[in-house]
Write a protein that binds this ligand. Structure first.
Ligand SMILES: [Zn+2]
Length: 255
């Protein structure tokens, strides 16, 4: 091999080593370009039309483009819930309990004219009630609808789900949403892997998550007595409203 060949081969290998850095920077710059929106969308929670902002991806490190409504701060899941309500009429005239109420969704729910609307939060923080979802100090059969969006991955759902079943009236509905890995038949949870913040971010994608539900989430609901129905994010709503493809609202009925 000549000196020229050696020099050419070293330049080639240097370029090869550089390539992933270039790709990574290019991909990051593309993301930055769209932090304040890529396409025009519509928000069924507040009626806003226009560009949405980027926000955290609930299933992995990184961000979702066109995720956050700049008007009511709804995320994909809140918009899916409003679409589900438009089709299934979940809230009008009902006694509702809403866990960890999000401001935009709260306004939407109040405008739907429920019979009563009560918010709750563990530790208070401006909600109507201070409730520990694992041990709810409320009598049986109290509500027609309970809204529980991205709560069960933070707590012991083996305690929480039966409690939610208990305080629902017969004929009532638990509206549950969670980050779910449909490709996993079994929920991943391991107490040895939730001791540090880094562990919880590594295994469960957020500093205060303690599991990633798999498709057996449905069985966990059924074991408590619920009949489980689902509302799924599909086209054209996905592209019109900026939804996560295939995301689910679990409608869990107490019959
Ligand atoms: Zn909105």
């Amino acid at each position: 091999m000549s000196n020229f060949d050696v020099a050419t081969s070293s330049i080639g290998s240097f370029r090869g080593r550089l390539r992933p850095y270039v790709w990574s920077i290019r991909s990051g710059l593309r993301t930055i370009r769209f932090l304040f929106g890529r396409f025009e969308r519509m928000c069924p929670v507040c009626g806003y039309r226009g560009r949405f902002f980027a926000y955290a991806n609930p299933l992995g490190l990184g961000i979702n483009i066109d995720s956050l409504c700049p008007s009511c701060l709804s995320h994909e899941r809140h918009r899916l819930l409003a679409l589900c309500d438009a089709e299934r009429d979940l809230f009008a005239g009902k006694d509702i309990l809403h866990f960890a109420p999000e401001a935009g969704l709260k306004k939407y729910l109040q405008a739907r004219k429920p019979r009563s609307y009560v918010t709750c939060e563990f530790g208070g923080r401006g909600a109507d009630l201070d409730i520990n979802i694992e041990n709810i100090g409320i009598e049986n059969d109290k509500f027609d609808v309970i809204i529980c969006c991205h709560i069960l991955e933070h707590v012991d759902d083996r305690l929480a789900i039966p409690e939610l079943f208990r305080i629902l009236r017969k004929g009532g509905t638990l509206v549950a949403m969670i980050p779910i890995i449909e490709g996993w038949q079994k929920t991943f949870e391991d107490q040895a892997r939730q001791k540090s913040v880094d562990d919880r971010i590594l295994y469960f994608n957020q500093h205060d998550h303690v599991r990633f539900f798999g498709s057996d989430f449905r069985e966990r609901l059924e074991q408590a007595g619920f009949i489980v129905d689902e509302f799924t994010a599909v086209e054209p709503a996905v592209s019109q409203c900026g939804l996560i493809r295939g995301e689910k609202v679990f409608l869990c009925r107490k019959v």
